[in-house]
Design a protein around this ligand. Structure first.
Ligand SMILES: [Zn+2]
Length: 277
């Protein structure tokens, strides 16, 4: 969700002079895969619908029927070597891939502040509201792929549910439609609302997480999406809801991402951005 705050616009403008992207994902440029785990991903998300042609790892092995209760079987450890029970959900997996112009038919266009070559598709496991694993995709700046994988691995370990996660191109780049569908997304080459400056999403350095459960709340308490009105208050103890000071906020903060829920005035409860703004 964009913002109209002057401070944010200033930051966005400053970010145009962004430092050369640190080659955090340099290995990914050279290697065919940057998978965090070799464990097979779960069955493809039923929400996958974007025109991606990225060679993604496709589930070849169905998830075995599980009798484990997800909440009880959630591993407390975040160690990369932590393994669920053989009959439990698959381990978290993530793959970072280059993207092409054709994969971003609506979200990128000439004149955007970052070239397509600076963007990556992160295909990774996420927990769902149906208490099952899914595979989702986020398009982000190549400089933040490690951050993204780190945080979403933790979310999965907590069985923290994400409703849906596909690039906004599935909604023709329409931010309102993506939010209305409860879709978690990152890159979208668009200006901040009411501004000629770029949103942090236009750099691939902002993520809107569960936008229905975590709406943009105007200073007067209103929200633009009717289906999100029940989620405007904080704290709120419901699945997929981000609360001040909770583990989700801290997971992002530890990597230098700021939460829009801490803004004064309007609060963008779904919004995390690297370096703020
Ligand atoms: Zn946002």
């Amino acid at each position: 969700m964009p913002t109209t705050r002057p401070a944010v616009r200033a930051r966005a403008t400053g970010a145009i002079r962004v430092r050369a992207a640190v080659a955090v994902a340099a290995g990914c440029l050279l290697a065919a895969s940057c998978g965090v785990s070799d464990a097979p991903p779960p069955s493809g998300s039923p929400t996958s619908g974007s025109p991606s042609t990225t060679p993604e790892r496709v589930a070849a092995t169905p998830t075995p029927a599980s009798s484990a209760t997800p909440g009880e079987s959630a591993p407390a450890s975040e160690s990369p070597s932590a393994s669920p029970s053989p009959t439990g959900p698959p381990e978290f997996s993530a793959k970072v891939s280059k993207v092409t112009r054709d994969q971003l038919p609506y979200s990128w266009r000439p004149g955007c502040p970052v070239p397509v070559s600076d963007l990556r598709m992160v295909t990774m496991t996420h927990w769902g509201f149906d208490d099952k694993p899914h595979t989702g995709r986020l398009v982000v700046n190549k400089s933040v792929t490690d951050d993204v994988v780190t945080v979403f691995k933790r979310l999965y370990g907590w069985r923290w549910p994400i409703y849906k996660m596909v690039p906004v191109d599935a909604y023709k780049g329409d931010d309102f439609a993506s939010i209305d569908a409860g879709n978690t997304s990152a890159f979208n080459c668009r200006a901040a609302t009411g501004s000629s400056s770029w949103s942090r999403h236009a750099y691939g350095k902002a993520i809107d997480l569960n936008p229905r459960e975590n709406p943009y709340v105007y200073a007067n308490g209103s929200v633009a999406h009717k289906n999100a009105r029940q989620f405007a208050k904080r704290p709120l103890d419901k699945p997929g809801v981000i609360n001040p000071g909770d583990k989700v906020v801290k997971a992002f903060q530890q990597l230098g991402w700021e939460w829009g829920g801490y803004w004064s005035g309007p609060k963008d409860l779904q919004h995390f951005s690297k370096g703020g703004g």
